[in-house]
Design a protein around this ligand. Structure first.
Ligand code: GDP
Ligand code: MG
Length: 705
């Protein structure tokens, strides 16, 4: 017992972060233990290296345990840990009776655990043990502060907190470690009280207080000792000055409590060893001490950061909100993991897709998804061990990041696909040449829309990338192209028909010109009627479009009719016709033999007959009048400027010339105006008069000779 009451000795080392033993452990080159917090309350940044070097593998995640022993100096803490966990914490030399340990918080990885059947080599979970050196229990301001902080730290990080009590102190409600427990209680309340009250948190986190009764004589049943200690602890809890809103919180909201006895190490060494082994059995073989709700759920790769954050806040006397710390660590680590994953992703992404063109979208989509899934899986492997809501949030963040790349890729590939497909589609439509246009164009449209919809579906990361907009704008573009082409086809039908009509009318008119008679215009009109019909067509155009096409055709037909007439029955053309007709009668006889005139009377008679014959067609050809005396009246007003603009696309007339032009042509049937007619006849008269004079002169000459 005088162990705990021994003299307060100086620490053996003033330097920070020295290994407990200068000898490195075994042949692994790893030091036996690492000082997490040194006597100057500095946090050791190289813990992660130690953890990574000692853990059974790097991906143990949450599959580890942290168990701490906490208490005054020289109460056999290090001895217990070393015997149980095969660590190599410094132990006070029994012969020299000199305190050799270094104050601070130490941690070591347990290579084996002592059990009744020997040693357990490979615990299911890696066990890290912390040796938290307190003071000697005396009141010293500075030491009290460290003790409180050490307790905070131990509770913030450990699942099980071992506290030694000498059997002789049980029931005395005094002694170093009971005082410590009061600190533990207070600290625990400040750590977890708030989140316990917050029922929404569903916070069932507790810590196991494992009270180890040391120097157990083996006489008093352990249950009795346990009852006494439990009573004391509960009383201590109830007496604790709690914040007003936390008075309802029970001891059992925060703590599970369990007991273990160890006999006197020197007096009953065998029982002592057996007790150690039994404790090993309970921890490892029966596994009835570690519980899920004790775990802080910080994956081991984030543990150092977590521990450091905790210590920093503890050291600066800031409120330590553990759930908050867990979330901070989770966020930080998840961000780091995202960065790693995204960096790797970017490399592969460029390798796979950079500046490449793809035609097989199914294959492309598969490669895209594979890389995506791999990346997310990589993230999951490390990040899914962290706080669930943070993990989910960060996973979403990662996915969003990846989606940016995929969206760009999708944009690029889909644009290429769409523009290629559209231009081919357009060519295919044109090459239909209007044949079965409706059904064929529907077929082609359906094919390309299906092609694009499935292709885009392939590269949409199973629908993560929205495709509907692209698809519907493509469909609309297809519809647009089809309807444009439809209009073009309809237009071409109209124009072809007009052309056909034009040449048909030309022929019919030309046939009439030389020998026009009363029924000339009946025949010409009949020919026009026959030609002014659009062929059957089935383009899928709307009734409205069809109606417009019919109207356009009608207008163009009449306009063309008029143009043809104007062209073929012009002054000049008629003059030639008149001359021919005149010559027919004047210069040739009925047998087609050239005539010679010998007397003036013959000449004059023939001249009159030929002239009458010639000009008789002028009234017929200059006015389109049917045999029933009615003039041909177009069904549309082909002289109307607005209609001409609408159907022929002629640009609007110039306002200045308005009046003049209005006068020019207003009547369809009037092919030649009176003025033109007079001009024609005058010209004709002049020419035939010349012929007459010529013939007369010949007669005169022949008579005088
Ligand atoms: P720590 O300062 O709490 O880590 O204590 P140590 O493990 O260094 O032990 C201090 C001294 O107590 C050493 O001389 C040990 O041999 C001795 N010791 C260890 N365990 C026991 C025990 O169960 N009973 C008694 N009486 N002495 C012990
Ligand atoms: Mg020690």
């Amino acid at each position: 017992k005088d162990i705990s009451e021994g003299p307060l000795s100086k620490t053996s080392s003033s330097s920070s972060f020295v290994p407990v033993s200068p000898n490195v452990a075994s042949n692994s080159g790893i030091q036996d233990a690492i000082q997490i917090i040194d006597e100057h309350k500095q946090f050791n940044p190289s813990i992660l290296n130690y953890v990574e070097a000692t853990a059974s593998n790097t991906s143990i995640g949450n599959n580890y345990h942290i168990i701490s022993v906490f208490g005054s100096q020289s109460t056999g803490k290090s001895t217990l840990l070393n015997r149980l966990f095969h660590t190599n914490f410094d132990v006070m030399d029994e012969t020299q009776r000199r305190q050799q340990t270094t104050k601070g918080i130490w941690m070591a990885h347990s290579p084996r655990v002592t059990i009744t059947d020997g040693e357990h080599e490979r615990p299911q979970s890696d066990i890290f043990v912390m040796d938290v050196e307190g003071t000697d229990g005396r009141e010293h301001g500075e030491d009290k502060d460290f003790e409180r902080k050490a307790a905070l730290f131990a509770i913030a990080t450990s699942e099980i907190l071992i506290i030694n009590i000498w059997e002789t102190q049980v029931g005395l409600y005094q002694g170093a470690n009971l005082g410590l427990l009061k600190t533990v209680f207070e600290v625990n309340l400040s750590l977890f009280g708030k989140s316990k009250l917050d029922k929404k948190n569903d916070n069932d986190h507790r810590i196991l207080l494992l009270i180890v009764i040391r120097d157990y004589a083996g006489i008093t049943p352990v249950e009795n000792l346990a009852d006494t200690v439990t009573e004391d602890l509960k009383k201590m809890w109830n007496d604790l000055a709690k914040p007003a809103d936390m008075t309802e919180l029970k001891f059992s909201d925060f703590f599970d409590i369990d007991f273990h006895t160890l006999n006197h190490k020197l007096f009953q060494p065998e029982q002592f060893s057996a007790g150690i082994a039994r404790l090993g059995d309970r921890l490892i073989v029966k596994d009835d001490l570690f519980k899920a709700e004790y775990h802080h759920n910080i994956p081991i790769d984030g543990w150092t950061m977590y521990a450091e954050n905790c210590w920093e806040r503890i050291e600066n006397n800031k409120d330590l909100d553990l759930p908050m710390e867990q979330i901070l660590v989770a966020k930080f680590r998840c961000d780091e993991i995202i960065k790693e994953v995204v960096d790797e992703f970017k490399l592969k992404f460029n390798e796979l897709f950079g500046n490449k063109e793809f035609t097989d979208f199914e294959e492309l989509g598969k490669v895209m998804s594979d890389l995506y899934d791999d990346s997310v899986e990589n993230f999951d492997q490390s990040a899914s061990r962290y706080n669930k809501s943070v993990y989910e949030e960060k996973k979403y963040e990662l996915c969003e990041k990846l989606h940016v790349y995929y969206k760009q890729l999708f944009e690029k590939q889909s644009q290429k696909l769409i523009s290629d497909t559209l231009s081919k589609f357009q060519k295919d439509l044109i090459s239909l040449k209007g044949k079965n246009f409706k059904s064929k164009s529907e077929e082609l449209s359906k094919d390309v829309c299906e092609l694009v919809a499935t292709s885009l579906g392939y590269i949409s990361l199973n629908g993560d990338i929205p495709v509907n907009e692209s698809i519907s704008s493509f469909d609309a573009e297809v519809d647009n192209i089809v309807s444009k082409q439809r209009a073009t086809e309809l237009n071409s039908i109209v124009n072809k028909s007009v052309k056909k009509l034009s040449s048909g009318i030309s022929k019919a008119v030309q046939q009439e010109l030389a020998n026009a008679d009363d029924e000339t215009w009946d025949r010409i009109l009949a020919a026009f009627k026959k030609l002014s019909v659009l062929p059957e067509f089935d383009l899928g155009t709307t009734d409205e479009q069809n109606k417009t096409a019919q109207e356009t055709f009608k207008f163009k037909s009449w306009s063309q009719f008029h143009d043809t007439l104007s062209k073929l029955i012009s002054k000049d053309k008629l003059l030639i016709i008149l001359q021919d007709r005149f010559d027919d009668k004047f210069r040739y006889d009925s047998n087609g033999i050239p005539k010679l005139y010998f007397n003036e009377r013959d000449l004059e008679d023939s001249f009159q007959v030929a002239k009458m014959h010639a000009v008789s067609i002028v009234p017929i050809l200059s006015l389109a009048k049917l045999s029933n005396d009615s003039e041909i009246l177009p069904e549309v007003d082909i002289f109307d400027y607005d209609l001409r603009e609408k159907y022929l696309g002629e640009s609007a007339h110039d306002d200045d010339d308005d009046d003049e032009e209005d006068e020019e042509h207003t009547c369809f049937a009037e092919i030649m105006s009176e003025g033109e007619k007079a001009e024609l006849l005058a010209k004709f008269k002049k020419e035939i008069d010349a012929k007459f004079v010529e013939n007369k002169r010949a007669i005169v000459q022949s008579v005088t000779q």
